[in-house]
Design a protein around this ligand. Structure first.
Ligand code: PLP
Length: 361
């Protein structure tokens, strides 16, 4: 068996230990005589999986008792609509920081249900930095400030120190850097993350929100799109994505074993530093992101020559370093080095970059 180093932005690499455990339990989960995929979501076997995954995620995120954590479907993208549907009335204002196309999509979706405003945008500079967050410029009636904390496509992130300074109610997309470094998630009214970037397989979306927001929820929206529906039934109103939740639960256990978020953060910072340091000292590779806004999870780089970029990506694949092509809207390269990417993978990438540089200068 050969495993590649998979730098995909999502779905993305999972810890081998987690996959092996799932493999072991594939045909017979815990003496149930069946796979987790085959069991009723009302069974006691599944109930334990569900509760344990929820408990571990709450613990890892450090959420207080004021929060409810939900397992939903429809991906991060469905949250773009659920947030305004549940939290805003037609005439309500909310403020959006446009730091990339995911934030922009969220803003456009909100326009269908309320009156969102753009607080600031870095679109003119192809999202190479995080605009300064001036809360004093928010509409006085704005209900919340919406942020995309890690911009998967552009390789930027809003650093924890910047978030710590904010005072307004915050709603955030944390799809691509949940549990990658220490953020005070209790500062947010609501956060959400599609699991397939940094947490597990596609199919489940984690939403953590203040319980008070659930009580206030609107009644004139579809049942399945109401947070209240899912909160009232502990995310078991209808069939949840059981297998994705099971794997996400295994990943949560793995993070705990790695020393929790602090343990993972130390490794993530080391991985990112190795790669950025190499790029910054390279004669042919460049990263044009404002240094303080650089993502720890998605490292973008270019040679400045499309043909050379293509040659790089092709050669990398031959070395077992896959999915390094940048997003179709920006080109160049992108190495997604999520929690589950071992440091050896980053070192193998840098070794290849060194060889490539020597041969193509
Ligand atoms: C991938 C991604 C999304 C979209 O997630 P889906 O689950 O595919 O809908 C939203 N936000 C961010 C930051 C992402 O990286």
């Amino acid at each position: 068996m050969k495993r590649i180093y998979n730098f995909s932005a999502g779905p993305s690499t999972l810890p081998v230990e987690v996959l092996e455990k799932a493999q072991k339990e594939m045909l017979d989960y815990n003496n149930s005589g069946m796979s987790v995929m085959e069991m009723s979501h009302r069974s006691s076997f599944y109930d334990d999986i569900h509760k344990e995954a929820k408990k571990d995620l709450i613990e890892l995120m450090g959420l207080s008792d004021d929060y409810e954590l939900l397992f939903l479907q429809g991906g991060g993208s469905t949250q773009f609509a659920m947030i305004p549907m549940n939290l805003l009335d037609k005439e309500d204002v909310a403020s959006y920081l446009i730091t990339g196309s995911w934030a922009d999509k969220a803003y456009k979706e909100a326009k269908k249900f309320a009156k969102p405003e753009i607080l600031a945008s870095s679109k003119e500079d192809t999202y190479t930095y995080i605009p300064e967050i001036k809360e004093e410029e928010m509409d006085v009636n704005s209900k919340f400030l919406y942020l995309c904390v890690n911009n998967t496509i552009y390789g930027t992130r809003i650093a924890p120190e910047k978030i710590d300074k904010l005072t307004k109610p915050l709603v955030a997309d944390i799809s691509s850097n949940i549990l990658s470094e220490k953020y005070d998630y209790n500062k947010f009214d609501l956060v959400f993350a599609g699991a397939q970037k940094n947490l597990g397989p596609a199919g489940v979306t984690i939403v953590a929100l203040k319980k008070g927001l659930i009580k206030e929820a609107r009644e004139d929206i579809p049942t399945m799109l109401s947070y209240k529906t899912h909160a009232d039934k502990d995310s078991l109103y209808n069939t949840p994505p059981c297998y994705s939740i099971y794997i996400t639960g295994l990943v949560a256990k793995w993070i705990k074993k790695m020393g929790g978020v602090e343990g993972i953060e130390a490794i993530n910072k080391e991985k990112a530093k190795l790669l950025y340091d190499f790029i910054d000292n390279s004669k042919i590779f460049k990263n044009n992101i404002k240094v303080e806004d650089r993502s720890l999870m998605n490292v973008v780089f270019v040679t400045g020559n499309d043909e050379l970029d293509a040659k790089f990506v092709k050669g990398a694949k031959e070395k077992g370093l896959e999915n390094l092509k940048g997003h179709r809207t920006v080109g160049g390269m992108r190495a997604s080095i999520y929690n589950a990417m071992p440091i050896e993978g980053v070192k193998a990438l840098i070794d290849y970059m060194k060889d490539f540089e020597r041969e193509n200068r």
